[in-house]
Design a protein. Sequence first.
Length: 97
Amino acid sequence: MKKQTVSYLGIFAFVFAAGAALATQTPKAGATSQQWTRVTNNGNIEWRAQALSQMCQPSDELCKAIFPEGYDPNDHSNSENEAFAESVIQSDGVVEL
């Protein structure tokens, strides 16, 4: 009977190549982002998915930021929004409508 040997170098190369292939995958084509602005209207503060040109009034939370498509900052805390923002356009404020 022949004794089979396992090439650990071959296994390592396969696992390394598979890991590298997974790590270098690019985002889906067409993935987009959306600008959101935190606004106050009659005392109600909410995020709106629009790029408003008005300046932000001082506040202690994000004012304008870009989030991944499908992310709704109204459903999250300010610290979560700061973490998930792809880009902060203006921090610490609110737009009065």
